[in-house]
Design a protein around this ligand. Sequence first.
Ligand code: ARG
Length: 463
Amino acid sequence: MSIARGGRLPASVNEAMQALNQSVDVDCRLWREDVRGSIVHARGLARAGVIPSDDAEKIVEGLGKVATEIESGQLKWDPVREDVHMNIEARLIELVGPVGGKLHTARSRNDQVATDLRLWTRGQLDEAIKAIADFGAIIIERAEEHIDVLMPAYTHLQRGQPSRLSHHLMAWQELLLRDADRLIDARRRLNECPLGAGAVAGTGFPLDRDWVASELGFDGPMQNSLDATASRDFLMEVASALAILGVHLSRIGEEIVLWSTAEFGFVTLSDEFSTSSSMMPQKKNPDVAELVRGKAARLIGDVTSLFVLEKSLCFGYGRDLQEDKPPIFHAFEGALQSLRALSGAVATCTFNAHRLEAALDAGHVCATDLADLLVTKGVPFREAHHIVGQLVRLAENGNVQLSELPEASRVALHPVLGSLEAAAALDPRQAVERRGLVGGPARARVIEAVAGAKSRWRRIGKD
Ligand code: ARG
């Protein structure tokens, strides 16, 4: 008797069909959730009086044995049995006899796989949220450590205004805070139990769906059997959030690649997070950051797969849905690998303070501050912008910085430009301190931002 093909079809199957049909090589990863769901389902059947309690306990005991076999690598997954669900059920029946055949009462693989996948995704979300929080904590620590190091803030990758490294690092972790929040939000929405929905239109057996849901840690049962078995928006949502996270990690990676060039020299990666070249003996490469950039491309691909998979499905399970597993498995794998490796790289890298601060010496980064000074003397900003623009042109022509221009040529444009106040405006350290608004790079503000971020992360830990 073939469990997968029932009595309706002959046991043998075409080879090409089997290759297409089987999914156990991929969905065997769901075995823990499958066993857990089956144990609760068996007890639920007994509670509802559908099967005797003794039978339920025999099934539960048998499932325990199957789990031990899987754990120890003893159980050989059989592709003829199609998927993880059939493999576990068939092995259960081999171990406990025909009573094992009662387990699938009032259940379909459609509500079963949807339940397994929600349980699995929930567990992975918890890991991902923790990994994001760990990365956030590392970034905050590095920001605190370098609170006094200045650097330029860039727009268009051109030096723009004086700022501080810690302010830049704190921007990285702002993205991560939102990433964690998005995953927490998705977790809350997916935490509903499909079991009891059956194949498509429920079951006539009097299951207590609330009890089953709460035994599995769900907030409650899904409210519509058609939706419960055939909707995968939870996967689209989670994969989208992971892709956004991937893009964020990729952006951080991009900066590490750039900053570790000899041209920038802002950061030096530790040896343990660097790689070498098979040909050029001198090379020390930032592959960690490049791989994280690469993983983001695949995370975006995973979202696309899931969207396309779902978009043309009528209501009611379609076998297309078997293909939902590789992208979501892959997405979590890529996201977690990237998070952990990038966290390690950022925790162990060296920020080169002298290079970061030396970058303030060119690029007229205090030009805005000089214009702002004129504004405080009553000059309309547009005019001030024009005056300082002319001054920058003079400096560029003379190949000097604004502060190095002879006083006479500054005063010729506006008398205030020769004052001590103008000299102060051109000092990057003072200029940074003037940017003291919420969100700005002044020292006290960044210290405040660090404290604020710590308490936001603590709240996330409690959610
Ligand atoms: N392996 C299937 C999946 O992953 C399980 C559900 C199969 N349902 C069915 N009616 N053939 O979607």
